[in-house]
Design a protein around this ligand. Structure first.
Ligand code: CA
Length: 374
C-alpha cells in the first residue's frame, strides 16, 4: 500500500512538474518573441532627432561641437540616426535649451551647465567654478573621478541625461574700457560674466549680467554693459570685441576649463537601442577632446592678430586683485555648500579631486612647465 501510494504521489508530482516546466518554456518563448520583435524595431528603426544650442549656428568651436557630434553619429550609424542642429534662437532661446530637452520638445541640446544656476545650482561645477579644475583635470574628475555619476544624478529629476561634450580650455578674464589696478576699479562695473564668477564679481562690488554670446558685441558697443568676458582669443576675435573695448585682461580665473554638455531627454535616450547610445557617447567623447585641441591650436594665432593687427592692449590682472578674487571665490563656494545639500555633495567630491590632482601636478606638469619655460 505504501509502495502504491508513493508511486501515485511520484506520478502526480511528475505531472505537475512537467506541466509547470512546459508552461515556463511557453511563457519564456512568448516573452522572448515580444522582446525580440521590440528589439528588432528599435535596432533597425531610423531616428531623426533635433538638437538645440545656446550658440550662434556654426559658431567656431562652441557651435561646431554639436555639428561634429551630429556628423559623427550619422556616419558611425551608417545613416540610421540623423541629428539636425539648431543655433540659438532658431527654435528656442539660447537659455531655453535645458527646458526644451527637459520637457521633450527637443531630444537633444548643447550648452553649458552654469547657465542653469537658478534652477540647478550644482550644475555649475560641471562647467567651471572660479579657481577650479582645468580642462584636463575636469575631464579626469568627470570621466574617472566620480563626477559623471553625480552629474547624472542631479539632472535625473529634470529627465535629462548629460554627456560631456567640449571644453574651451582656460578662458580670458575679458574686455574692459578701463584699466583694472585694484578692486576699487571693479566697483559699479557692469560686466557680462556667468556662473559663480558672476557672484564673485558682485561680492567685489561689480554688477554681473548673463547674456547670450550673440548679444554681447552690441551690448558692449552701446554701453549696456561696461565689460564682458566670453571665451578666449579664437572666439573673441570672431565677435569683434576689440572694436568695442581697449583692454584684454587675463587670466580667466573664473573659468579655468569649462566643460560643455550634450543634454539628452532621458525618455528619448532610453528609447534608443544600445548601439546608438554607444555611438552617441563615443562621438561626444571624441568631440570633447577635439574642441579643446581646436582652441589650443588657434588661440595664440588669434591673440597675435588681436595685439599686432588690431592694437589690443593685453593686461595681466594685478596679483593682489587675483588674490582678492580667490578669497571671495572660496568664501562663496563654502557658503553655497552650507546652504545647499546637493552643492555640498558635489563640491566635496570636486574639492577632494582638486586637492589630489593639484598635489600631483605640482611635481609633474607644474614642475615640468616651470623647467621648460626657464
Ligand atoms: Ca566664458
Amino acid at each position: 500500500m505504501v509502495g502504491n501510494g508513493l508511486c501515485k504521489f511520484r506520478k502526480n508530482m511528475m505531472k505537475i512538474f512537467t506541466y509547470t516546466f512546459l508552461t515556463l518554456i511557453l511563457v519564456s518563448c512568448s516573452n522572448a518573441q515580444d522582446i525580440s520583435s521590440n528589439d528588432d524595431e528599435k535596432v533597425y528603426k531610423e531616428y531623426n532627432w533635433r538638437l538645440v544650442t545656446s550658440w550662434p549656428k556654426n559658431y567656431p568651436g562652441l557651435g561646431m561641437a554639436p555639428e561634429r557630434i551630429a556628423d559623427l553619429v550619422e556616419e558611425m550609424s551608417n545613416g540610421q540616426m540623423k541629428i539636425t542642429v539648431f543655433g540659438a534662437e532658431e527654435q528656442v532661446p539660447a537659455f531655453g535649451v535645458f527646458d526644451a530637452v527637459s520637457n521633450g520638445s527637443h531630444q537633444m541640446g548643447h550648452s553649458g551647465g552654469y547657465f542653469w544656476k537658478g534652477k540647478v545650482p550644482a550644475a555649475q561645477f560641471f562647467t567651471s567654478v572660479p579657481f577650479g579644475l582645468t580642462a584636463d583635470e575636469i575631464n579626469a574628475w568627470v570621466n574617472r573621478g566620480g563626477g559623471l555619476e553625480l552629474w547624472r544624478e542631479i539632472y535625473a529629476p529634470f529627465n535629462i541625461y548629460p554627456i560631456p561634450a567640449g571644453n574651451t580650455g582656460t578662458q580670458m578674464f575679458g574686455w574692459f574700457n578701463k584699466e583694472i589696478n585694484s578692486l576699487e576699479d571693479i566697483k559699479g562695473l557692469k560686466m557680462r560674466i556667468p556662473g559663480i564668477g558672476g557672484e564673485v564679481l558682485k561680492e567685489a562690488g561689480g554688477i554681473p549680467v548673463t547674456l547670450p554670446g550673440g548679444e554681447l558685441f552690441t551690448a558692449l558697443q552701446t554701453g549696456v554693459i561696461d565689460a564682458t568676458e566670453w571665451v578666449g582669443p579664437y572666439n573673441d576675435l570672431t565677435f569683434g570685441f576689440h572694436q568695442a573695448a581697449k583692454y584684454y585682461y587675463y587670466p580667466g580665473w573664473h573659468e579655468p576649463g569649462p566643460m560643455l554638455e550634450l543634454l539628452i531627454n532621458k525618455d528619448a535616450w532610453e528609447s534608443l537601442p544600445k548601439h546608438l547610445q554607444v555611438i552617441i557617447e563615443t562621438a561626444s567623447k571624441a568631440v570633447n577632446q577635439d574642441m579643446l585641441d581646436e582652441y589650443l591650436a588657434k588661440n595664440n594665432q588669434a591673440l597675435t592678430e588681436l595685439v599686432n593687427v588690431h592694437g589690443v592692449e593685453l593686461r595681466k590682472l594685478p596679483d593682489d586683485v587675483i588674490e582678492e578674487f580667490r578669497k571671495i571665490s572660496n568664501k562663496i563656494l563654502n557658503d553655497l555648500s552650507e546652504e545647499d545639500e546637493t552643492i555640498a555633495k558635489v563640491y566635496s567630491s570636486y574639492l577632494k579631486f582638486k586637492k589630489d590632482v593639484s598635489a600631483y601636478h605640482k611635481i609633474s606638469e607644474d614642475a615640468f612647465i616651470e623647467a621648460r619655460n626657464k
